[in-house]
Design a protein around this ligand. Sequence first.
Ligand code: ZN
Length: 544
Amino acid sequence: MRRFAALLLAAMVPATACAQPAAQPLRAGAPKLIVVLSIDQLSADLFDEYRPHFRGGFARLAGGTMFRNGFQSHATTETCLGHSTILTGDRPARTGIVGNVWFDPKAPRSDKAIYCAEDEAVPGSNSSKYTVSPTHLRVPTLGDRLKQISPASLNVAVAGKDRSAVMMGGRSPDQRWYPSGSSFATDLASAPVPQSVARTNAEIARVLAMPRPALESPPLCAGKAQLFPIEGGGKPVGNGRFGRATGDAAAFRASPEFDATTLALSAALIQELKLGSDAAPDVLSIGLAGTDYVGHSFGTGGQEMCLQLLSLDRDLGDFLGRLDQWGIDYAVVLTADHGGLDIPERLRAKGVADAAWIDRELTAERMGQRIAASSNLKGPVIAFGGPSGDIYIDPALAGADRARATSALVAAYRAHPQVEAVFTRDEIGRAPQPSGPADRWSLIQRVRASFDTDRSGDLYVVLKPHIQPIADTSRYVSTHGSPWDYDRRVPVVFWRKGMAPVTRQEAVETADIMPTLAGMIGLALPPGSVDGKCLPVPGVPCPR
Ligand code: ZN
């Protein structure tokens, strides 16, 4: 396979001097740099499958303390929610991030869809052309907490999606960079643009101006190359090798080039900002979005995902090797914001007999039309949401009409053979907050963990396992978002040089990551202040 990151990594810039307050360690022996890697859509199923084949960064990290059964424990397994749990220590019910997008009829603009990482109060913005902001995140991140007591510490977020960088960086990042169009951009007005960012953007423009030949496929990936037709208008997938035409930015994103670029920028920023170079610990969160775009575009079981994961393994190895060369005392966390579900055709070929595309009758539009006709209501009945997850009933329906719409919708969903369960907001609100191991939670406990009275829908629809909820496959052929473990279960790994390899089987949560890192660097948390708990990791003194 070709190396995409080589040129970018060679283009490191010299470090710049900047005045900082006197640095103090919070705990003797704590690492000086915490690197948090979130691999978008990396399920624990995928990590388990490829673990014997990793030789690079993934192999190194799996030789730390590996929790095989990590959980994004909530029901709505989407990117914004997942990233909101990783560095806050809280589940989405407390972070306030209940969807990538939710519906607010009281929003001060005509577009009532609210993007999780926007400030809708800014005039002229809407949910697709939004103003990036952390305003919806209700709790502090590790970096926010750290800067309160250690002003010399730096909190830096880099990601392949703005919402990932916003949810992991929080309210007080020193730097935050994510793609806007084909360049990295920031929402922080005060930050000068580091040379690393300017050089990375120039490099992206240079690379996009050329076509890209297809990758060579090693035997492991070539063995997975089988073309599967897709229902619903999508192109066949399974044997792609990431050849790309000049200027095709979407193909750049859905390929190993994207994460290689994000990692190269992260490494350059470590050097330029001198992260991990003094006693005050720094936090660098890195959201790698390529695996998610590859999964959505091609599914998770073909040659494409194999090439993506082996390329990322190698690029991560190069990245960690750079930190070693620079003599930085660092610790790494590896996790994911959610897992994913493969295309039904390939799942069925592997023996998953119940895998199927969603019935189009379950789309919000068709379901709304049907209920309007059968219950003699004015449409659209469903204002936002669906086909599964949060469903928002038209706010124009009031009183008896609203009650009729609700009961008719509940009955129609419950009668559908692809629907596992439907909960009303009253039922969800009455359910106690979940506790105990996340692998044993009931469905309504999972839904409760990502429910918020102000932001969640009127109904919550859970599809049966292995139903792929995409009615139009012309853009994406597979996705995530369900409360089933293929979407909830993700790796949670802690690595530091010299740590003995341990693989643990107990169920843990991604909300446990922040309290564990707090223990590692000596940051005190008020007892009971977060949902997560400090995990048993060698060298981490958890508070008693
Ligand atoms: Zn995601």
